[in-house]
Design a binder for this molecule. Structure first.
Ligand SMILES: Cc1cc2nc3c(=O)[nH]c(=O)nc-3n(C[C@H](O)[C@H](O)[C@H](O)COP(=O)(O)OP(=O)(O)OC[C@H]3O[C@@H](n4cnc5c(N)ncnc54)[C@H](O)[C@@H]3O)c2cc1C
Length: 643
C-alpha cells in the first residue's frame, strides 16, 4: 500500500510562518489520524483526548479541549517542517497494521469489525477496492453473450457503468436526460449545493479529486460527474435522451424486455440483467392547487429552473420549505425585488460556519501538499453517519421534553432553537419557524451560520406566509385569509416522489407488477436492492437507502452486490437469480420492526420521510453503517434462488 508522489515544490518553498498559519486551518482529527499513520507518534494516541458530541445534525467526535487541538497542531507543524526539510519527496502511507488504530484516532470511535472494514475501504487508498473480483475466470463466450442494462447516469448509474466496464461485462446504458449527473444535471436553482461534506460525496475511485469547496455548489458536483464519465471512458456508451418506459420479465428467455423511447423512436431491448439507478429525488412532486394553469407569469418545479432566468428585480413566490426552499430563498433575496415564502411546515435548521464559502487557501494548501490528507478528510466526512442510531433512535426511557425523543435528540433541538433565537429577533416569525416535531422526523437542513434563510427572513424584501394557499390565479397566489400576493415567478419547491420507487416505469416480474407487489407488502427491498418475483433486477438507491451511509457507499455496495450475483449467473450458466419469498418477507419484517423506534416514525411530522398510508418509512435506512455494510458486501446465496 504505497503511493509515490512527486517532491512537492510548493512545500519546499513554504516558510515556517506560513506553515504556522496553515495548521490553524487543519481539522485536528484528520491530522491526528493521518500523523499517527505516517509517524506512529504514540502521544497522539495516549495524550490527545476526544469527546463524541453533536456535529452539524449528527453525532461525531471533536477534540476534548483546545489543549488537545493545540497539541495536534504543534505535531502537524513539526511534521510539515521536517518533511519539507528532508526534501518533501515520495512518502509511504505507513504500516497496514497501524491503519485501524489511525482510523480510531481520526474518528474518535471504536468501530466494530464490519464498520472498520468499510472505513478502510472508504479511505480510498485503493481506488478500486469496490471493483468486482471474479469468483473464477468467466468463460469468454458466455461472458460475451451476457448483457446488462443500466438505467440512469447519475451517481449510481455512472458507478455501475464503470464497474461493469472494468469487469468486462457487456452492458447498455440508458439516460433520459441529455447529460450525466442526475440530481446535479437537473437541479440548477440559485443556491443548489450539497449539504453533506463534499470530500465524502465522491466514489471511492474519485477520492483524490481536487475540490474547491467543503460543500460544493451544483456546478462543481456536476463537473465531478462529467469527470467520472470522461476519465473512465463510459460516456460514449450512454444513450442520452432515452427513457425506459417498461420492464417485463420473460421467463422462457430468462431476460428482461425493456421498452425505451429515444431520439429514434420506440424500441425494445433484451437484457439478461437490469441495474436501475433512477434516483429517489428525481421525479418532481407537483402540488395540485386550484388555478395553477391560469398563472400568466413564469412557473416551474425547483428541479426545472431554466438557467437563463435570473431572479434579479423579480417578484418570486417559493412554495415549499424543505432543503431546496431554504437553500434557494437567501440566494433569491439578494437580487430579487421581493420573495414570498409559502410555508406549510418549517424544517429544523442547523448552522455551520463557511457552508457557502470555498475552502480557505490554507486548507487547499494542505490538500495539495500533505500526502493522504484527502483520504483522511474523506474518512471524517464519511464518519458523519457513524452515530446514526444515537442520532435517530427513540429512547423508550426518555421522559424529558415531549417534543424530543432522547437526550441527544433534545440536545439537537436545543441547539437548533438557540440558532433560531440568535438569528430571528422577531418572536412571531420565530414561532412560525419552530417545528413541532422532533428533530430527524423530517429532513433537517444545513445552512451557513452567517447568511441563510433565517437572516433572509429579516430582510425587507422577504415575506413569510404560513396561511394555506387557496388558489393560484393569473397574477399570483391567494391565501385562505383572502390576501393576494402578486408575483412574476412561482417556484414549486415541493420536493420529489421519493416514495414511488422506479416511478413511472411499469415493472412486471414473474407474476405481477412491482407496484402491485409493494401495495401488498409495503415498499421494501431485500438488502436494499432486490424484490422477490423480479429476478436479475437490482436497484441502486432503492428503498430504505436514505441515511446510514453517504450516497457513494450506498450505490457502490449495491453495484457490488449486483455484480456478485451476475458473476454467479455467468460462471454457472444459470439463467436467473431471485431472492426467495421467505428471505424477502423475513428481511422486510425486520426492517419494519426496526423502523418503529426511529425518529421518522413520529406521527407529528409530515414529509417524505414518513411511511405512506400509515406504513413504515420506505425511504429511510433503519440501520447504521456496520449493519448495512454486512448486508450488502456479503450476499447470502442461501437466500437467493437460481434457476
Ligand atoms: C437538490 C438536491 C440536493 C441534494 N443534496 C444531497 C446532499 O447534500 N447529500 C446527499 O447525500 N444527497 C443529496 N441529494 C440526494 C441525491 O439525489 C443523491 O445524493 C444522488 O445524487 C442520487 O444519485 P442517483 O444516481 O441515485 O440518482 P439521480 O442523481 O437522481 O440520477 C438518476 C438518473 O436516472 C435518470 N432516469 C430516471 N428515470 C429514468 C428512466 N425511466 N429512463 C432513463 N433514465 C432515467 C435520471 O434522468 C437521472 O439522470 C440531493 C438531492 C437533491 C434533489
Amino acid at each position: 500500500m504505497s503511493t509515490a508522489q512527486q517532491a512537492r515544490s510548493e512545500l519546499l518553498e513554504t516558510t515556517d510562518e506560513q506553515l504556522e498559519d496553515i495548521v490553524m486551518f487543519a481539522d485536528p482529527l484528520v491530522m491526528r489520524g493521518l500523523l499517527y499513520q505516517l509517524t506512529g507518534d504514540e502521544e497522539l494516541r495516549t495524550t490527545v483526548k476526544t469527546v463524541r458530541t453533536q456535529v452539524m445534525f449528527a453525532e461525531g467526535a471533536v477534540p476534548a479541549s483546545e489543549d488537545d487541538a493545540a497539541l495536534i497542531r504543534r505535531k502537524a507543524l513539526a511534521f510539515l517542517k521536517s518533511y519539507r526539510d528532508s526534501g518533501a519527496g515520495p512518502i509511504d502511507i505507513g504500516p497496514r497494521d497501524r491503519l485501524e488504530e489511525s482510523i480510531r484516532l481520526a474518528t474518535g470511535s471504536q468501530p466494530g469489525p464490519e464498520h472498520m472494514a468499510m472505513l478502510i475501504e472508504e479511505l480510498g487508498l485503493d481506488p478500486w477496492v469496490r471493483a468486482h473480483q471474479w469468483s473464477k475466470e468467466p468463460d469468454p463466450a458466455r461472458l460475451q453473450d451476457f448483457s446488462v442494462t443500466v438505467i440512469g447516469a447519475g451517481y449510481g448509474g455512472l458507478n455501475a457503468a464503470v464497474m461493469l466496464k472494468r469487469a468486462g461485462i457487456p452492458y447498455t446504458h440508458l439516460e433520459k436526460d441529455n447529460g450525466v449527473g442526475g440530481t446535479w444535471f437537473r437541479n440548477r436553482y440559485p443556491g443548489a449545493r450539497v449539504d453533506s461534506p463534499s470530500r465524502a460525496y465522491t466514489h471511492v475511485f474519485g477520492a483524490n479529486v481536487d475540490l474547491e469547496y467543503p460543500f460544493c455548489p451544483r456546478e462543481q458536483n456536476h463537473a465531478y460527474f462529467d469527470w467520472v464519465a470522461n476519465e473512465h471512458g463510459i460516456r460514449d456508451k450512454i444513450e442520452f435522451g432515452t427513457e425506459v418506459r417498461a420492464l417485463t420479465w420473460d421467463e422462457d428467455l430468462a431476460k428482461w424486455k425493456i421498452d425505451v423511447s429515444g431520439p429514434d423512436g420506440d424500441r425494445t431491448i433484451e437484457s439478461n440483467a437490469v441495474i436501475t439507478a433512477v434516483g429517489f429525488l428525481c421525479q418532481p412532486n407537483m402540488p395540485n392547487i386550484p388555478g395553477m394553469d391560469t398563472f400568466k407569469g413564469l412557473s416551474w418545479h425547483s428541479s426545472r429552473w431554466p438557467e437563463e432566468v435570473k431572479p434579479d428585480g423579480k417578484r418570486i413566490a417559493v412554495i415549499g420549505t424543505g432543503s431546496t426552499g431554504y437553500q434557494m430563498i437567501p440566494e433569491l433575496a439578494l437580487t430579487a425585488e421581493h420573495v414570498v415564502v409559502f410555508q406549510k411546515e418549517p424544517s429544523w435548521i442547523f448552522g455551520i460556519p463557511g457552508y457557502r464559502a470555498p475552502y480557505p487557501p490554507q486548507a487547499l494548501w494542505l490538500e495539495r501538499n500533505l500526502p493522504f490528507h484527502k483520504n483522511f478528510s474523506r474518512l471524517r466526512g464519511v464518519d458523519v453517519t457513524s452515530g446514526w442510531d444515537i442520532t435517530t433512535d427513540r429512547d423508550p426511557d426518555y421522559d424529558g421534553d415531549p417534543k424530543a425523543i432522547s437526550d441527544f435528540n433534545k440536545q439537537m433541538r436545543d441547539d437548533a432553537i438557540r440558532f433560531l433565537t440568535e438569528k430571528l429577533p422577531d418572536e412571531n416569525i420565530r414561532a412560525k419557524m419552530t417545528p413541532d416535531y422532533p428533530v430527524w422526523s423530517h429532513r433537517p437542513v444545513l445552512v451557513d451560520t452567517d447568511y441563510n434563510v433565517l437572516v433572509a427572513l429579516n430582510r425587507g424584501n422577504v415575506t413569510l406566509v404560513t396561511d394555506a394557499i387557496a388558489e393560484v390565479n393569473e397574477t399570483g397566489i391567494k391565501t385562505v385569509d383572502g390576501q393576494q400576493h402578486e408575483v412574476d415567478i412561482i417556484v414549486y419547491a415541493t420536493g420529489f416522489r421519493a416514495n414511488d420507487y422506479l416511478f413511472p416505469m411499469r415493472v412486471t416480474g414473474r407474476e405481477t407488477t412491482l407496484e402491485q407487489t409493494w401495495s401488498e407488502t409495503g415498499t421494501c427491498a431485500y438488502r436494499f436492492c432486490m424484490v422477490h418475483g423480479f429476478p436479475n433486477l437490482w436497484m441502486l438507491h432503492g428503498p430504505n437507502t436514505i441515511g446510514g451511509l453517504a450516497p457513494g457507499p450506498w450505490v457502490e455496495l449495491a453495484t457490488q452486490f449486483a455484480l456478485t450475483c451476475i458473476d454467479r449467473l455467468i460462471t454457472t450458466g444459470d439463467g436467473s437469480v431471485d431472492v426467495s419469498e421467505r428471505a424477502y418477507r423475513t428481511y422486510m419484517a425486520e426492517v419494519f420492526e426496526r423502523q418503529r423506534t426511529k425518529a421518522w416514525s413520529d406521527p407529528r411530522a409530515d414529509s417524505y420521510y414518513q411511511g405512506q398510508g400509515g406504513r413504515s418509512s420506505a425511504v429511510m435506512s433503519p440501520y447504521p453503517p456496520d449493519v448495512i455494510f454486512k448486508l450488502m458486501r456479503y450476499p447470502n446465496f442461501d437466500d437467493l434462488e437460481r434457476r
